[in-house]
Design a binder for this molecule. Sequence first.
Ligand SMILES: Nc1ncnc2c1ncn2[C@@H]1O[C@H](COP(=O)(O)OP(=O)(O)OP(=O)(O)O)[C@@H](O)[C@H]1O
Ligand SMILES: [Mg+2]
Length: 171
Amino acid sequence: MSKFVVENAGDTKLLAQTVANYLQKGDLVILSGDLGSGKTVFARELIGHMGVKEIVTSPTFVLVKSYQGRVAIDHIDIYRIVDPDELDILCIGDLLEDGHLVVIEWGERALGLLGPSYVQITFERIDSEFSIDEEVAGTAKRLVTVDLNGPKFKDRMMQLEAEIEAIWSVA
Ligand SMILES: Nc1ncnc2c1ncn2[C@@H]1O[C@H](COP(=O)(O)OP(=O)(O)OP(=O)(O)O)[C@@H](O)[C@H]1O
Ligand SMILES: [Mg+2]
């Protein structure tokens, strides 16, 4: 697990590119953090870096948006799903089995249903030291946690952690 501070939205995008380089078909990425903490900023950059040329928009209202890059990608937002049974209709397990890369905002809510292997990125605001202007401009810091769980990520985790440590000051 790596925990460190990203300086601004551009830094969050650099992290998304860094993580994207380690992702493969069939991987699950869980994005956690409060409303407006940077999950979609991260996901958009990650999906673009996976070779998707079209514009990536937030799936908050449509639940799922699917893309074809160097792998098939599904960007899912389950903020609006309150009943865990409703998650079944998204067939996330089938998407993973079919080799899709699945990225889920608020995905920690689905973890019990999805097996032990996943990458989790968590964004936390740092106190209330940033103004609304800085938030909108994308110049607020975030405390980020990157965690790769499950045996299939063991080798990749060591490589990714080393790369993160070379760029950010890890706590
Ligand atoms: N360091 C940062 N990283 C990412 N976004 C930042 C940062 N600093 C400020 N921001 C701003 O925070 C907002 C993040 O919005 P985003 O839509 O990515 O949040 P979200 O976590 O997806 O929210 P939601 O839960 O509503 O889907 C953007 O307006 C962005 O400019
Ligand atoms: Mg979002």
